[in-house]
Design a protein around this ligand. Structure first.
Ligand SMILES: *Cc1c(COP(=O)(O)O)cnc(C)c1O
Length: 343
């Protein structure tokens, strides 16, 4: 059982310093063994590559306590693969994927008391990341890198049920065509901060970014992919090379097909279709919330309201949400390889 005395139901999404974190160091062309440490602080050069030119990628996944008392992680192999590709794209030495999974397991085992109890709605959020740490002054990749993983307990994303949110079509762009939108790089988040603060100030929970090339097609929000349900009850997934390949979204697509017998159409989605009422439900998906229902989208004062309304998640997204969270929490049998048992 969890032994830390925390108010699990009221944690929110915040950083708590936990007991152990994993650190590995890349130098002279190779990664060292890595180890767990108690020290949450990092000392680095004032000229570290990450500080000057944002050479960093990160990941986010969760460990869950299941109904039968195990601690599991959800598809960490996909996080390992995504970080591997992101690192290569930013000219960083990728951290080996099998070692990534081992390090996730080791870090969670070092913090088992911080894994929230089953049924609390809270989970242990795991944050792997790596960055250039050696001095860089001309624009080039660093010579030395640090790979780390910490974890922090996070509260239920929705207190008192998943209430639909209002989002807006953003005038800002998130990711250039052929840019870095498809990798989980810190720089993509830095440039979203102004847009999200501005959206919040205007009463919107999130920004929907359009494709910067034509500004006619739906891409995603700052930190979550978008999914739609059409009038036949099938799933429609916006397709673009600058969308971050969400593991939650890819899992929902599989769940829709194999558990729920839905058709899934991954294709370009025009904003005009959304305005024209092509969809009955809309949701944002990612590790943090699994699915956040979208009740309405504001396009410069013009309101696009989904039939599912502002009271609760629509029926198709609810089925998807229940099935995927059932798999994650061990209430439903998972497809082979989706659940990594940690303890
Ligand atoms: C992390 C992230 C997501 C969600 O991905 P998951 O793997 O499902 O957590 C979606 N969009 C962006 C831009 C992200 O950074």
């Amino acid at each position: 059982m969890s032994t830390k005395e925390l108010d699990w139901g009221n944690l929110g999404f915040a950083y708590h310093v936990t007991d152990k974190r994993f650190v590995a160091y890349y130098k002279d062309g190779k990664w060292d063994e890595g180890h767990l440490t108690d020290d949450p602080m990092i000392t680095m050069s004032e000229d570290a590559g990450v500080l000057q030119y944002s050479q960093s990628v990160f990941e986010g996944l969760k460990a869950y306590r299941t109904e039968d008392g195990h601690v599991v992680a959800f598809r960490p192999d996909l996080n390992a693969a995504r970080m591997y590709e992101g690192a290569q794209y930013l000219e960083m030495p990728p951290f080996p994927q099998d070692r990534f999974i081992d390090a996730v397991v080791e870090t969670v085992r070092g913090n088992l008391d911080w894994v929230p109890p089953y049924g609390s709605g809270a989970t242990l959020y795991i944050r792997p990341y790596m960055f250039g740490i050696s001095p860089v002054i001309g624009v080039k990749p660093a010579d030395e890198y640090m790979f780390r993983i910490f974890c922090t307990p996070v509260g239920p994303y929705f207190k008192g049920g998943a209430k639909p949110i209002s989002v807006r079509i953003s005038d800002f762009d998130r990711a250039a065509p052929r840019g870095t939108g498809h990798i989980k790089a810190g720089l993509n988040y830095a440039m979203s901060l102004h847009a999200i603060v501005d959206a919040h100030n205007k009463g919107f929970a999130e920004n929907i970014y359009l494709d910067p090339g034509t500004r006619t097609k739906i891409e995603e929000t700052g930190g979550a992919n978008i999914i739609f349900v059409d009038h036949d009850g099938n799933l429609v997934i916006p397709k673009s090379s600058s969308i971050l390949p969400s593991i939650t979204r890819r899992s929902l697509v599989d769940v829709a097909k194999t558990y729920l017998g839905l058709k899934v159409n991954e294709r370009e989605v025009a904003l005009s279709e959304v305005k024209g009422g092509a969809f009955t439900e809309c949701g944002l998906c990612g590790t943090a919330a699994v699915i956040s229902p979208v009740g309405r989208i504001d396009d410069h004062g013009e309101e696009i309201a989904f039939p599912s309304g502002m009271e609760k998640m629509g029926p198709v997204l609810t089925k998807l949400y229940d099935t995927l969270t059932g798999i994650q929490m061990g209430r439903l049998e998972a497809p082979a390889g989706w659940i990594k048992v940690i303890a």
